[in-house]
Write a protein that binds this ligand. Structure first.
Ligand SMILES: Nc1ncnc2c1ncn2[C@@H]1O[C@H](COP(=O)(O)OP(=O)(O)OP(=O)(O)O)[C@@H](O)[C@H]1O
Length: 670
């Protein structure tokens, strides 16, 4: 590719020193795998690599001018003020400091004996001051920044980054010029569309987004347009009516109900084929179920339960997507596109009837499970299904769940849905949003680092600061020469300043980054979306069905079960909720509907065993629960009342049929 260069060895490398530790040298290499930090101290060598996939972004900054307030006589206050940084042209820069700072933000996987794995934020700060002119130092910083950004996106690093003195624009990436003349970051990429349901789950989606998601989007320099939904079907009609191609993807902040609206809004567009192909859907779990968010994290083998919002945010900032099956569902009155489940009986009853307890959050499912267990119901009807070719029923015992040991879910409760991921949310006063909202400044949204349990023996704990020496004022010449600096070169070697926890002073709280959104560019303010009236009928497009109409008999080669059921529940995702590993063998695009059938005759004790096993997937060992992989099915309840759900949403009680549409949608992933 023009301007590109495929590298086998390091893209960039540099030797650094630690000011506070005279005999410590860092050899830093940027490779296609990541940022390798080799620490050499008193004859010992340790290497730690921050994987390129764990890096979410990097930005160039400049020292902030000290204010009168910085003259506080307390030494730590002086140090803290001394480390503040701002955007280079913010007007607040300290012209007397010729250093350029590169901040690299990563979320690395840490293992703890007791707590298991979790992702933790790490900041690496490179301070470039080898040259005696600010522009030259900034050019060096920008060179590293461009290289990191290219590697993050799996794009070739432009040759100009490797050859000093040239200037260029990244091919196909953000137009990030690192030449002195034009070094400001200009993103020419599309923004994200964020649709946030303030009423989802316990109603904390706004705060959650503001506190947990916006900071990571800012680190990734991902601008967004935020729309807060005003009523049911707002998200659906928004996606149906707007020019959605102006956005790089739709991020849903809410529960599975809003995800359902977004997918169905896409299929209500005449250009649905382009929409589902070009606009991936991401989800930040703020609802009461959050089945899709958990399924995606599970597929990525990410430690979701420790921090559902962070893990899901990291799935959207990489701007990658993967295919996902959808299911076309037909009832007597409507056609729907489902991403999660179709249910009849026990689980659907719990889902719908527990709505009245919504105020208590995920616990509603537990309480209603007990109620339904006591007042156990059965339903008469007929089930037809088209078994997956090659699958042989194992006499009621399904294939052993392949991923049971990977589940980190805890489900002390009975519910099919549980964790809302909001338990440790803090409410910020500034979180109130207007319906059409812009990305906030970086300065506004970063929260201070929490206490982190870094490994004291690691090359880096949670943050690291780098500087390049000037060879004048505060440079420790001895440390430079001890560490291998030649002293004969046109510029001095770089060195790290600290690896201690104190370097969190370099964290982003003092930074300022503007990423403003022009709300007018969103193709309208979004406020003109009116609630759908009861008589409203919108045409559904999407791929046509290959099944006979519901009024026609089911195909003769389909299998049939005529009888009395406790439940029939189909899913195409591993998780129906964050604590419900319903179909452990499922994959996002495996072409399979996992149909779970429990017929009448199951005892309450067996059903209890089934419910208790849902969090780990061991419910499939329940002798009365039969999991059948199929590609299509039809249900026909006998007259009476009951609940039928599609993705947790109530649909007309009556005949329903579903067929798998392989890899029809795209979801955002790491
Ligand atoms: N502003 C709003 N006021 C009231 N209802 C809304 C609003 N915006 C969206 N809705 C409706 O709320 C329903 C539920 O939303 P959502 O899925 O986000 O949360 P949830 O039901 O708590 O989570 P889950 O679906 O995972 O159980 C959606 O189906 C949507 O139609």
């Amino acid at each position: 590719m023009e301007g590109g260069a495929v590298r086998v060895g390091p893209v960039l490398e540099e030797t650094f020193y630690i000011l506070s530790k005279k005999n410590t040298v860092y050899r830093v290499k940027l490779t296609e795998k990541g940022l390798s930090l080799q620490k050499e101290s008193n004859g010992n060598t340790k290497i730690e690599t921050i994987r390129i996939n764990d890096i979410v972004g990097c930005r160039c900054m400049r020292s902030k001018r000290k204010t009168g307030a910085s003259c506080v006589c307390h030494p730590s206050a002086i140090r803290r003020n001394g480390l503040r940084v701002v955007e280079e042209n913010s007007g607040e820069q300290d012209e007397s400091d010729i250093s350029a700072y590169l901040y690299i933000y990563a979320y690395v996987l840490k293992k703890y004996k007791m707590k298991g794995q979790r992702r933790e934020r790490m900041t690496i700060t490179l301070r470039f001051r080898s040259f005696d002119k600010y522009d030259d130092n900034m050019r060096e910083a920008q060179k590293w920044r461009v290289a990191v950004k290219c590697l993050m996106r799996h794009r070739p690093v432009p040759r100009c980054v490797l050859l000093a003195g040239e200037t260029d624009v990244l091919p196909g990436l953000e137009a990030v010029r690192w030449c002195p003349a034009s070094r400001s970051s200009v993103s020419e990429e599309k923004k994200l569309l964020v649709l946030l349901n303030p009423k989802s789950g316990p109603g904390k989606a706004r705060e959650m987004f503001q506190q947990r998601v916006v900071p990571v989007l800012a680190e990734a320099e991902l601008p967004y347009d935020l729309y807060v939904t005003k009523h049911a079907n707002y998200a659906r009609d928004f996606v149906r009516t707007k020019d959605i191609y102006q956005w790089r993807g739709v991020v849903v902040v809410g529960g599975d109900g809003i995800v359902f609206e977004v997918f169905n809004g896409m299929f209500e567009r005449p250009d649905w084929e382009r929409a589902v192909k070009e606009v991936p859907v991401g989800v930040i779990p703020c609802g009461s179920g959050n089945g899709l968010a958990k399924t995606i994290a599970y597929a990525m083998e990410e430690p979701y339960d420790q921090n559902p919002v962070l893990i899901s945010t990291l799935n959207i900032v990489k701007c990658r997507s993967m295919p996902m099956d959808l299911v076309r569902v037909e009832t007597k009155t409507q056609i729907l596109f489902s991403f999660l489940s179709v249910g009849w009986g026990f689980l659907s009853d719990i889902d719908i009837e527990s709505e009245r307890l919504r105020a208590i959050g995920g616990q509603r499912f537990t309480i209603w499970s007990v109620a339904r267990l006591i007042g156990l119901r059965t339903y008469r009807g007929k089930l037809w299904y088209l078994p997956l070719e090659g699958y042989k029923s194992q006499g009621g015992t399904p294939p052993a769940p392949a991923f049971l040991t990977r589940s980190t879910s805890h489900c002390p409760t009975l519910g099919a849905k549980g964790d809302d991921g909001l338990s440790d949310a803090h409410v910020h006063a500034h979180a109130a949003l207007t319906p059409v909202h812009s990305s906030l400044s970086f300065h506004d949204c970063i929260t201070p680092d929490g206490d982190r349990n870094g490994d004291a023996d690691a090359v880096i704990s949670e943050s690291l600061s780098l500087e390049t020496a000037l060879g004048q004022d505060d440079v420790d010449a001895e440390s430079v020469s001890e560490g291998g600096g030649s002293g004969q070169r046109p510029r001095l070697d770089s060195y790290y300043s600290a690896t201690s926890r104190r370097s969190t002073y370099f964290s982003t709280t003092g930074s300022s980054y503007q990423s403003l959104v022009d709300s007018a560019s969103a193709g309208g303010s979004g406020s003109e979306i009116e609630p759908r009236g009861p008589a409203s009928s919108v045409r559904m497009y999407g791929p046509p069905s290959r099944l006979p109409a519901l009024t026609q008999p089911a195909p003769p080669h389909w299998k049939a079960i005529d009888g009395e059921f406790v439940m029939v529940h189909a899913s195409y995702q591993t998780h129906l909720g964050s604590d419900c590993l319903f179909a452990p063998n499922s994959k996002l695009a495996d072409g399979i509907i996992w149909l779970l059938v429990i017929r009448a005759g199951i005892t309450r004790a067996q059903l209890l065993q089934f419910l208790l096993g849902l969090s780990s997937g061991s419910h499939l060992t329940c002798p009365r629960a039969e999991m059948i992989p199929v590609t299509a099915f039809r249900l026909e309840p006998e007259a009476g009342t009951g609940h039928m759900t599609v993705d947790g949403e109530l649909v007309d009680y009556g005949p329903i049929q579903a067929e798998l549409m392989p890899s029809l949608a795209n979801v955002m992933s790491r």
